[in-house]
Design a protein around this ligand. Sequence first.
Ligand code: SAM
Length: 295
Amino acid sequence: MGKSSKDKRDIYYRLAKEQGWRARSAFKLLQIQETFNIFRDVKMVVDLCAAPGSWSQVLSRQLYSEADRECASTAKIVAVDLQLMTPIEGVIQLQGDITDPRTAEQVIGYFDGQRADLVVCDGAPDVIGLVDIDEYIQHQLVMASLDISTRILKTGGTMVAKVFRGPKIAMLTTLLSQFFGKVTIAKPKCSRDSSLEAFAVCEQYTPPIDFTGRVQDFLAPMIPDLLSKLASLKPVPFVACGGEEAYDADRTYPLTLKEGEEYQHHAPVQPPIHPPYELAQKMRKEGKLASQNTG
Ligand code: SAM
């Protein structure tokens, strides 16, 4: 088995299949919840960059639980992604680009004038391996998430967004701090050490008094001043999250986790529904594409 495939099939990959999550990412949100209690009193949620849907699954299990019927009757989850997603009961799905202002309009439309309690964004671009460029594109997704949050999040609400711990992280957290009372960078235990990803947990949404309009327009004039002060700004806390007992994503565990228990294979919960090679496959079946020459 090659290095990359070994890396991907860790303990969380297995647990995701066993517990019925569409992706191991589910554990990232669960571990963030464990440390920050972000689901407290939450009924209205926007899940940005949601495919294949494991965060939406976590949210729907939380919001539509039998135990809290009152919440279940009024809850709303709107999930957005560039990719198609297999439906999840109780989750409104929207196919769109979160950096396109029309997407925000559509999300707002689903909320019928109500405000969201929580906006989460696990957006990841196709990384190219050049840290500066990957970080720049990733931060565009964070900014898009912030832009949508300013239009839909209630005062006091929470935004959680995936960030890259690259050279510009201090600048990004400083910008986020203009809109949130508390910003923390969290690294769930299920996120591999080798990965630059972390999550900005932004609590207590408090838009600046003079904020109207678009985030980028508001922040752009502040940037030169912030850049000059960056070295003297207080760094935001960085915390590991997930309980003491949480598995380490970088360790290898035996197949049988509990003594005497037999390991059972579980098929993936959601195989890709529209992979990029789908059209080629269809054409091959119809005899419109020559067989690959592997010689
Ligand atoms: N949270 C998801 C889950 O639990 O299943 C996993 C998200 S996956 C790591 C990253 C997603 O970001 C991909 O599905 C990708 O299509 C989406 N994405 C990247 N750029 C986007 C954009 N501009 N607009 C919407 N979705 C985007």
